[in-house]
Design a binder for this molecule. Structure first.
Ligand code: ZN
Length: 313
């Protein structure tokens, strides 16, 4: 044991990797408990991305961005499950392998709950795919259990209002292809890129696109059944125009996204230092948020009203 501790101390500030699965357990545990307790879970999908981009694009983007954020911020990257949940309109597209909503929610929940046992107290879902249908409910279930979890898509976080891109983000388009060109250009075939389609069921002015800064009087694209089923609507599965993509645009997107996430993590750790669960409690019995006070209320970390002592300073 003393040998193990010695090795751990030696490794503490020089992990083998920002990737959880590439370090040993003692290094990950000591690092989470003593250096940085922010864990990033990259979430993408296995999905057709037109004739020019790989099926793993969303997961690759999430993993590559998470790696850069972790290098800059000191956070740890949990293994990406690769498959993801999907909005209704993706269903039936060949080469898209979708998890159903319950599966994806359970997957996200179980990964976060399991990783908390390492010592992580702050979780960031870095999502690169429109699976709001399952990651949002997962975050709320986790919240009721005492897991501080932030769900974010890189494109919402960016909020690019045509500063870098000429169009808002859609699918296998200028935005996604530019990011792929920046991060793993060898898997992108720009000679095969074609201008895509996509039929909206309400006028575009009523609908906030992914990656668009919000305006008054707009629904979010993923808050309604605003699009035709892609299998009925599209020949190539491309929505938007990837011929406008470039590595330079991708580099600019990556830089802004990495900078934003890293600043958020720094701020989070200043407000809630290593070892502090921002929610102040953890319910080890699992989800039971609606049964009227089943959370621990009288332990040493809470006052008589069940409020975390942490907040009463
Ligand atoms: Zn995608």
């Amino acid at each position: 044991m003393s040998e193990l501790k010695k090795q751990t101390e030696f490794k503490l500030y020089k992990r083998d990797s920002v990737f959880f699965d590439q370090n040993t357990a003692p290094v990950n545990i000591d690092y989470a408990r003593e250096v940085n307790d922010v864990a990033i879970l990259p979430l993408g999908a296995i999905e057709q991305h037109g004739p020019h981009c790989p099926n793993g694009l969303d997961s690759f983007n999430a993993i590559c961005l998470a790696k850069k954020v972790a290098e800059k911020s000191g956070a740890t990257v949990l293994p990406c499950p690769m498959y993801g949940g999907h909005p209704y309109m993706h269903m039936g597209m060949p080469a898209t392998i979708a998890l159903n909503y319950e599966t994806n929610m359970a997957l996200i929940h179980d990964i976060i709950a399991g990783a908390s046992n390492v010592g992580y107290n702050k979780f960031i879902l870095l999502v690169a795919h429109g699976q709001d249908s399952s990651f949002i409910p997962a975050v709320h279930k986790l919240g009721m259990e005492g897991y501080f979890t932030v769900a974010s898509t890189w494109y919402d976080f960016l909020g690019d209002n045509k500063d870098v891109l000429s169009d808002y983000m859609w699918h296998a388009d200028e935005a996604e292809t530019s990011m792929a060109l920046s991060l793993y250009g060898d898997l992108v075939h720009m000679d095969l890129a074609i201008d895509g389609g996509g039929t909206t069921l309400v006028d575009g002015k009523w609908k906030k696109a992914p990656g668009e800064m919000s305006h008054p009087f707009q629904f979010y694209h993923f808050d309604g059944t605003f699009a035709l089923m892609e299998k009925d609507d599209l020949d190539y599965g491309v929505i938007g125009n990837p011929t406008k993509a470039s590595k330079e645009k991708g580099d600019a997107l990556v830089e802004k996204v990495v900078e934003g996430y890293s600043a958020f993590i720094k701020d989070l750790l200043e407000k809630h230092p290593v070892g502090v669960n921002p929610l102040g409690f953890r319910n080890p019995l699992g989800f039971n948020g609606f049964n009227g006070g089943a959370y621990p209320t009288f332990d040493k970390d809470h006052d008589a009203k069940g409020r975390p002592l942490y907040y009463n300073k």
